[in-house]
Design a protein around this ligand. Structure first.
Ligand SMILES: N=C(N)NCCCC(=O)O
Ligand SMILES: [Zn+2]
Ligand SMILES: [Zn+2]
Length: 351
């Protein structure tokens, strides 16, 4: 039954005599939009093609090569050679895409149909060398920069947290030093592991050293767990970071945290990096370095929705390791976070 509130139903009504064919190159998405229409090509319509059918792009969106231009591209980086503990985040992008099949086109919390107001497309995966981290970092930076040509904004699904460094390099080249909201159990500002500079525990120290970040506007959110030394926190502060711990979120509450984040980032171009281990292992067991006492997925999603008036320019969601997941708990959380990040990007057009 057509529902006038449903943006999909505002297009031509489905014709049961003429079902879409996902194999049909003229209509690979089962789209109701006429060919050549200037409105964004949305996801496959789950009221016409069952959501479990066909290949998984994020939220069943078109692939980048199926659209003439994308305002927002979702790209996977299946790289996990930078981890210090459990491997497996290389399978994150595939798991998040699979778990995203249930996403629907209208976001009631933010009152927007993100795929109707912006052309969003799935750019596939960046193929990077698992045996050479330096080379992989360069590949990711170059691929991200090429995807951003023409003003396309990027949401990246990792992959381990190493990938934030090349992504920030590509973003800073476009926008200059950016504000950063880093949602993570960990600081990820350590110096080296086994002498290696590019790891999943070090991207944000490198980013500060390289001048990619606006050091007036950096905050970790959700930090908790054991550290290497008492010096870790003052060193992190010296780099410019503020810290809102997981316990602060619980004690101060979501609304106060949102206010504090707005004060910190203001109208600066903003990058959001979300390590799924910011969530409690009960909400995200499928990750490589889990820490007890984390945020709930409800808290994280509410905080993100509170950031709709920032100047978000790009984001990543990293560290989903499906081998440790159960019943897709982690991948579902990550797919919803990615949906919210996408929706935020449609609301926060850079000035
Ligand atoms: N970025 C993530 N997930 N973890 C960093 C933890 C580094 C460590 O082993 O101390
Ligand atoms: Zn982490
Ligand atoms: Zn991290």
């Amino acid at each position: 039954m057509a529902d006038p509130q449903d943006p999909q139903s505002l297009q031509d009504p489905p014709n049961p005599q003429d079902p879409p064919n996902p194999q049909d190159p003229q209509d690979p998405q089962g789209s109701r939009s006429p060919q050549g229409s200037r409105s964004p090509q949305g996801p496959v319509d789950s009221l016409r093609v069952p959501r479990y059918a066909g290949p998984a792009t994020f939220a069943r969106l078109p692939r980048l090569d199926q659209v003439s231009h994308a305002d927002i591209a979702i790209v996977g980086v299946p790289f996990d050679s930078g981890v210090s503990y459990r491997p497996g985040a290389r399978f994150g992008p595939t798991a998040v895409r699979e778990a995203s099949r249930l996403l629907r086109p209208y976001h009631p919390g933010l009152d927007v149909a993100p795929f109707a107001v912006a052309q969003v497309a799935d750019a596939g995966d960046i193929a990077c060398n698992p045996f050479n981290i330096d080379e992989a970092v360069e590949t990711i930076q170059d691929a991200a920069a090429s995807l951003m040509v023409g003003g396309t904004r990027l949401i990246t699904i990792g992959g381990d947290h190493t990938i934030a460094l090349p992504l920030l390099r590509a973003v800073a080249r476009e926008h200059g030093p950016v504000a950063l909201l880093h949602f993570d159990a960990h600081l990820d500002t350590w110096d080296t592991y086994f002498g290696a500079a590019y790891t999943h525990g070090t991207p944000f120290r490198r980013a500060v050293e390289e001048g990619l970040l606006d050091t007036e506007a950096l905050t970790h959110v959700g930090t908790r767990g054991s550290l290497y030394s008492k010096n870790d926190l003052p060193e992190d502060r010296r780099l410019g970071f503020g810290v809102i711990t997981s316990a602060d979120v619980m004690r101060r509450g979501v609304d106060e945290i949102i206010d504090a984040l707005h004060q910190r980032v203001g109208r600066r171009p903003l990058y959001i990096s979300i390590d799924i281990d910011v969530l409690d292992p009960a909400h995200a067991p499928g990750t490589g370095t889990p820490e007890a006492g984390g945020l709930t997925s409800r808290e994280l999603l509410e905080i993100l929705r509170g950031l709709a008036t920032t100047q978000l320019v790009a984001a990543d969601i990293v560290e989903v390791a499906p081998a440790y997941d159960h019943a897709e708990i982690t991948a579902i959380a990550a797919s919803h976070i990615t949906y919210d990040l996408t929706t935020l990007l449609t609301l926060t057009r850079p000035s």
